[in-house]
Design a protein around this ligand. Structure first.
Ligand code: NAD
Length: 379
C-alpha cells in the first residue's frame, strides 16, 4: 500500500504519527511510505531520518493526500489551515484513515467519512483486550500524561517532593493524592514515588488496589460500588450517592495534601466531579492540582481546558492532551501502536470484520458504520 504520513495541523500538535524506525518496518513489508516535509520536526525526527528509513518526502500536503491509499495521523481530521479544505476532502475516496476520532467529533465527521467511503480506524475504539495491548494508543498517551502531570506539579510546588535529612533540618516528603488509578493514574503514582513523595490514590474499581500498592502507593479504602467495572475494563458511571461519599473522603485528606493529580474518567462521558470549589478552599496555600480530565469537564470544578487558574492560593492546571508535551516518546509509542494495528488489520490484504479488533476499531467502511456502539448512536 502507499502510506501517507502528513504533518499534524491541529494547533499545538508537535507529534508525528509514525517515526522513522517504523517506516523501515513498513518498507520491509513492501509498503511505500510518503512523509510530508517537516512532519516530525517538532518531535525531533528529521526529514533525513525518514529518507534514510526509505520514505519519500513530499512538500505539499495536497500531493501527499492524493498519492496515499492509507493515511496515518494522530489527530482527527479537520480543515487544513493553509489549503482551506477539510482533510477528509483532501483524501481520495475509499482511502484508509487511521487516527483519533473522539466521540465529541462524531456528529461532524462520520457523515463526511461515510460520504467519501473512507475506511476509518479510530484508535479510541480498540477493544481493551490482551491481544490489542500493543496497539493501545490510549494507554501510551495516558502513560506520558501521567508522568508529565507529576513533573508539572513538582516543578510548580514550592517544596521538595522527597524526605530530606539535612544539616539545615528535616524536610518531610510531599503528600500527593491521585484521583483515578487507570493507566495515567498508575504512571503518576510511580513517578511521584520515584521523586520520593507519599502517595495515596482513589479509584472505584477494587481491582486496582493491588496495582497501587505494588507501586508503593496507598489505596484509599471506602465502600465500593458492587459492579464498578464494564466488561471492557472501564469504570462505570458512579451514582450521585457514591460520588458524594467519595468527595467527603477526598475532602478529609485535602488539608494535608500538597498535590492532587486528577485522572478519573468515564469513557465517552463527562468526567466525575471530585473536587469542588469549596473543597479547594480546604487545601494549603501553594498546593497544586493538575487535572488531566479538563477536556471532559474536569475532576476539579476550577479547572479549565489548557488554562492555569489560581484561587485560594492553590494553582490548578487544566491539562488537555498532555502527552503532546513529551512529543518524541509519545510519537514513538503511537508509531508502534498504529503500525501494529495496520499490520494486524491488513495482514491478509482484506479486512476481516469478524475479527474483534477490526470490528471495534473500524468506524466507517464503504459508506457504512461498522462499530456497533457508534452505529447505535447514529440510528
Ligand atoms: P480511563 O482513562 O477511562 O479512566 C481512568 C481511571 O479513572 C480509571 O481507573 C477509572 O476507574 C477511574 N475513575 C472513574 N471514576 C472515578 C471516580 N469517581 N473516582 C476515582 N477514579 C475514577 O481508564 P484507562 O486508564 O484508560 O483504563 C482503565 C482500565 O482499562 C485499566 O486499568 C485496565 O484494567 C483496562 N485496560 C486494558 C487494556 C488492555 O487490555 N488492552 C489496556 C489499557 C487499559
Amino acid at each position: 500500500m502507499k502510506i501517507g504520513i502528513p504533518k499534524e495541523i491541529s494547533s499545538g500538535e508537535g507529534r508525528v504519527a509514525v517515526v522513522p524506525v517504523m517506516v523501515s518496518q513498513l518498507k520491509r513489508d513492501e509498503h511505500e511510505v510518503f512523509v510530508e516535509t517537516g512532519a516530525g520536526i517538532d518531535s525531533n525526527f528529521l526529514d533525513d531520518e525518514f529518507k534514510q528509513a526509505g520514505a519519500e518526502i513530499i512538500s505539499d500536503a495536497k500531493d501527499l493526500y492524493q498519492v496515499a491509499e492509507a493515511v496515518i495521523k494522530f489527530q482527527a481530521p479537520e480543515v487544513h489551515p493553509q489549503l482551506k479544505k477539510h482533510e477528509i476532502e483532501l483524501l481520495k475516496d475509499g482511502t484508509v484513515l487511521i487516527c483519533s476520532l473522539p466521540p465529541q467529533k462524531h456528529a461532524e465527521l462520520i457523515p463526511m467519512l461515510q460520504k467519501h467511503k473512507i475506511t476509518t480506524f479510530a484508535m479510541e475504539y480498540l477493544p481493551r483486550i490482551t491481544k490489542a495491548q500493543s496497539m493501545d494508543v490510549l494507554s501510551s498517551m495516558a502513560t506520558a500524561a501521567g508522568y508529565k502531570a507529576v513533573l508539572i506539579a513538582a516543578d510548580h510546588l514550592t517544596k521538595f517532593f522527597p524526605l530530606l535529612m539535612t544539616a539545615a533540618g528535616t524536610i518531610p516528603p510531599a503528600n500527593v493524592l491521585i484521583l483515578g488509578a487507570g493507566v495515567a493514574g498508575l504512571q503518576a503514582i510511580a513517578t511521584a514515588k520515584r521523586l520520593g513523595a507519599r502517595v495515596e490514590a482513589f479509584d472505584p474499581r477494587p481491582v486496582v488496589k493491588e496495582q497501587i500498592e505494588s507501586l508503593g502507593g496507598t489505596f484509599v479504602e471506602m465502600e465500593m460500588p458492587e459492579d464498578a467495572e464494564t466488561t471492557g475494563g472501564y469504570a462505570k458511571q458512579q451514582s450521585d450517592e457514591f460520588l458524594k461519599k467519595e468527595q467527603e473522603a477526598i475532602g478529609a485528606r485535602l488539608p494535608k495534601v500538597d498535590v492532587v493529580i486528577c485522572t478519573a474518567q468515564i469513557f465517552g462521558k463527562q468526567a466525575p466531579l471530585l473536587v469542588t470549589d469549596e473543597m479547594v478552599k480546604l487545601m494549603k496555600p501553594g498546593s497544586v492540582i493538575v487535572d488531566l480530565a479538563a477536556a471532559e469537564g474536569g475532576n476539579c470544578e476550577l479547572s479549565e481546558p489548557n488554562k492555569v487558574t489560581e484561587k485560594y492560593g492553590v494553582t490548578v492546571f487544566g491539562k488537555v492532551n498532555l502527552a503532546r508535551e513529551l512529543p518524541t516518546h509519545a510519537s514513538q509509542m503511537h508509531s508502534k501502536n498504529v503500525t501494529t494495528l495496520f499490520k494486524h488489520a491488513f495482514q491478509n490484504g482484506e479486512l476481516d470484520f469478524e475479527d474483534e479488533i477490526v470490528k471495534n476499531a473500524c468506524i466507517t467502511h464503504n459508506g457504512e458504520i461498522i462499530n456497533e456502539m457508534v452505529k447505535k448512536n447514529f440510528s
